[in-house]
Design a protein around this ligand. Structure first.
Ligand code: ATP
Length: 341
C-alpha cells in the first residue's frame, strides 16, 4: 500500500530563542527523521519533553517546513509544490488537533463559523452543502446540535476539543495528527475524547499519529510506537512489543519508568540529565546517559537495524538482547551507574 506521508532525512533546525547578541545557537529540533505513515494505521510518538515530538508532528502535517530533507504526500515532494497546490494538498489530506482547545479555537467565532472556515477557505461545495457538512461534523463528534451557535467560551473543555476534532476532519483528511489531545482536559473527559478518536479512526479509515507524554495511552491506542530522543527517532516498535521487547536501551528505560506497565520494578537508572538540543552529543545522542555506551557510540550514530518482528527497527550499537528482561537491565544499569564506594 502506498504511503500517505513519507519523511526522508528530515531535519528541523531553529535559531535558539535565548542568548545574547553574540550567541547564535542553533536548536536541533529534528535530526535525520525517516518515517512512513500508511493509510489507516495509528502511530504513537513518545519521548521526554523537548525531544522533538511536536516538531515531527508539524512536519508530518505540512505546517512546519523542514530545514532539509523531504516530506512527500502521496509520493509527491510537498515543499517542491507551488504554494496554492501545497495548501490544497495539506488541507485536503491532513488535519491537526492541538493540546489546548481553548487557545486553538478562535474565541470570537461560533462553532458553525469555526467549522465552516476550512470549507470556505478551500471552496468546498455550495453554501447549503457547507451547512450540511457542518451538521454532519457536529454529529460525527457527538456535539449537541444546540451548541452550533455557541462560542468556544460557552463550551466545556471536552466540548471544545470535540469542535477542534470536527474542524480537523472538515476537509475529509486521511491523516490526523493529535498532539497531546487530552493533556489540557479534566481526567474525567480524557477517556471520552480518546474513545472518540479511536471510533472516528475506525469509522473513517483514518491514519492517526498520536503524540503524548502518557505512555500507557500511547501504547493502548497505537499499532506502532516511535521513540524519540533529542531530535532523533531511535526506535519504531509494534505497540505489543514496546513495553518489554523493545531493543533500544532508551525505550526500555522510558517504559520502565511508567508505573503500572511492568511488574513492579525500579526504573532503569540513567546517568545525568538530557543534554541541551543546542549541543547534542556526537555520535549517538543517548550515549551520555546510557550504561552500555562506549567509544563507538561517541564516534557514530548507527543506522537502523531491523528486529525479527516486522516493522520493528532501532538505532543502537549495543541493543538490548532479544529476550532480555527489563529487570535484568535494571540490575545491569544499576551496577554501572552506582557511585564507587
Ligand atoms: N520555534 C522554535 N524556536 C526555537 N526552538 C524551538 C522552537 N520550537 C521548538 N523548539 C525547540 O526544539 C526542541 C524540540 O521541541 P518540540 O516542541 O518539538 O519538543 P516536544 O518533544 O514536543 O516537547 P514537549 O513534550 O515539551 O511538548 C526543543 O528544544 C524546543 O525548545
Amino acid at each position: 500500500m502506498s504511503a500517505l506521508v513519507e519523511l526522508s532525512d528530515a531535519h528541523v533546525v531553529h535559531k535558539a530563542r535565548t542568548g545574547g547578541l553574540f550567541i547564535r545557537d542553533k536548536v536541533y529540533a529534528l535530526t535525520g527523521a525517516d518515517l512512513t505513515i500508511a493509510p489507516g494505521e495509528t502511530v504513537g510518538v513518545v519521548g521526554e519533553s523537548g525531544c522533538g515530538k511536536s516538531t515531527l508532528a508539524k512536519v508530518l502535517v505540512g505546517v512546519q517546513r523542514p530545514t532539509s530533507g523531504m516530506v512527500a504526500f502521496g509520493g509527491r515532494d510537498l515543499w517542491a509544490m507551488r504554494p496554492a497546490e501545497r495548501r490544497a494538498a495539506v488541507g485536503g489530506s491532513t488535519g491537526m488537533i492541538f493540546q489546548d482547545p481553548s487557545t486553538a479555537l478562535n474565541r470570537r467565532l461560533t462553532v458553525r463559523q469555526i467549522l465552516r472556515d476550512p470549507l470556505d477557505v478551500h471552496d468546498r461545495g455550495t453554501r447549503s452543502q457547507r451547512e450540511a457538512r457542518v451538521r454532519e461534523l457536529t454529529s460525527l463528534v457527538g456535539l449537541p446540535r444546540a451548541l452550533t451557535d455557541a462560542l468556544p467560551g460557552q463550551l466545556s473543555g471536552g466540548q471544545r476539543q470535540r469542535v477542534a476534532i470536527a474542524r480537523a476532519l472538515a476537509l475529509d483528511p486521511r491523516l490526523v495528527v493529535a498532539d497531546e489531545p487530552t493533556s489540557a482536559l479534566d481526567v474525567s473527559v480524557r477517556a471520552q475524547i480518546l474513545n472518540l478518536l479511536l471510533d472516528l479512526k475506525e469509522r473513517l479509515g483514518l491514519a492517526l499519529v498520536f503524540v503524548s507524554h502518557d505512555i500507557q495511552t500511547v501504547r493502548r491506542m497505537s499499532d506502532r510506537v516511535i521513540t524519540m530522543y533529542l531530535g532523533r527517532i531511535v526506535e519504531e516498535s509494534p505497540a505489543a512489543e514496546v513495553t518489554d521487547r523493545s531493543r533500544h536501551p532508551y525505550t526500555r528505560a522510558l517504559f520502565s519508568a511508567t508505573p503500572g506497565l511492568l511488574d513492579p520494578i525500579d526504573p532503569i537508572p540513567l546517568i545525568g540529565p538530557v543534554p541541551s538540543a543546542t549541543r547534542p552529543p556526537s555520535g549517538c545522542p543517548f550515549r551520555t546517559r546510557c550504561w552500555k555506551a562506549d567509544q563507538v557510540c561517541a564516534s557514530s550514530m548507527p543506522d537502523f537495524t531491523s528486529a525479527s518482528a516486522s516493522r520493528h527497527r532501532f538505532r543502537c550499537h549495543h541493543p538490548v538482547e532479544e529476550e532480555q528482561s527489563t529487570r535484568d537491565l535494571v540490575r545491569q544499569s544499576s551496577s554501572h551507574t552506582r557511585e564507587p564506594s
